[in-house]
Design a protein around this ligand. Structure first.
Ligand code: NDP
Ligand SMILES: O=C(O)C(=O)[C@@H](O)[C@H](O)C(=O)CO
Length: 274
């Protein structure tokens, strides 16, 4: 089944369902990513801070799928803020991945108290101008951080990857993104698993003959967000990809809207800086 794509603000297309590798042990990453690619995932989300870029690169090289059919995202580590530091961090990520370019490069966290994300963004603009990355974006940016980038630099981020799931639906941020042509990408799309045993969700999923994880991923697809679920379990990797043969009805989407209570599973971007 072909995964639908979302077109970024520079006409590059990103698959709407990808595969995340945070907390996948370095030694297992090549095998896990190979399973994902064999299942049909074409988009892989890693980061320098995950310390598993090398395994992602190994899986890409050993795959039968041509490089230009894959969409590889990695992220600038927090110590890489600053213009020269960011250029060096990008070189280090490419070396780990063993690639000559990535499809999407993101500033992982804004770290507003550090005060360097604008300067860092200028380095990403250079990487883009030099053709070393097909699109540039940010992660964990709030509206004031995005506004500063708009006001002080040239390129609007193609993507903002943020925590987003039924408990944290990010409606205001999604509306801001839509207004400015920024694609919303959802991290921890499955709430890191914590919501998947909820009784209401389980009952809703059963109506469609699907699992709670499939129901939540279908919700993401219908919301229009890009989702990047992670699993090291082959059966779950396949289960999470089997979400293109059903559609949630309006009243069930309304029931899912009720889960939004602002719960974060991860850090607050206004303060996270480690
Ligand atoms: N930009 C950022 O700051 C961040 C980005 N991310 C990105 O987002 C990706 C996904 O987020 P992540 O935090 O990993 O969490 P997810 O919401 O994807 O959930 C992953 C957890 O859910 C479990 N799981 C996966 N599928 C199923 C299923 N079908 N049924 C039951 N349990 C399931 C996994 O277990 P198991 O693996 O044991 O199968 C794992 O424990 C990351 O891997 C990373 O790429 C994540 C956090 C922050
Ligand atoms: O997974 C990521 O991309 C992250 O940034 C997380 O590791 C984040 O740093 C976190 O959740 C720390 O507890």
């Amino acid at each position: 089944m072909a995964v639908p794509s979302v077109v970024l603000n520079n006409e590059v297309a990103i698959p709407q369902l990808g595969f995340g590798v945070w907390q996948v042990p370095a030694g297992d990453t090549a095998k896990v990513v190979r399973t994902a690619i064999e299942t049909g995932y074409r988009s892989i989300d890693t980061a320098a801070s995950y310390r598993n870029e090398a395994g992602v690169g190994e899986a890409i090289r050993s795959s039968d799928v041509p490089r230009d059919e894959l969409f590889i995202t990695t992220k600038l580590p927090n110590p890489g803020h600053g213009y020269d530091e960011a250029l060096r961090a990008f070189d280090a990520s490419l070396a780990e991945l063993g690639l000559d370019h990535v499809d999407l490069y993101l500033i992982h966290w804004p770290m507003p108290a550090r005060g360097k994300y604008v300067e860092t963004w200028r380095a990403l603009e250079k990487l883009y101008a030099d053709g070393r990355v097909r699109a540039i974006g940010v992660s964990n940016f709030h509206v004031p951080h995005l506004r500063r980038l708009f006001d002080e630099t040239g390129i609007v981020p193609a993507v903002n990857q943020v925590e987003l799931h039924p408990r944290l639906q990010q409606k205001a941020l999604r509306e801001f993104h839509a207004e400015h042509g920024i694609v919303t990408e959802a991290w921890s799309p499955l709430t890191q698993g914590s919501l998947l045993s909820d009784a209401t969700l389980t009952a809703l999923a059963a109506k469609y003959g699907k699992s709670p994880a499939q129901l939540v991923l279908r919700w993401h697809l219908q919301l229009g967000t890009v989702a990047i679920p992670k699993s090291v379990t082959p059966s779950r990797i396949r289960e999470n990809f089997d979400v293109f043969d059903f559609e949630l009805a309006e009243d069930d989407l309304a029931a899912l809207a009720e889960f939004d209570d602002g719960t974060r599973t991860g850090p607050d971007p206004d303060t996270f800086s480690s």
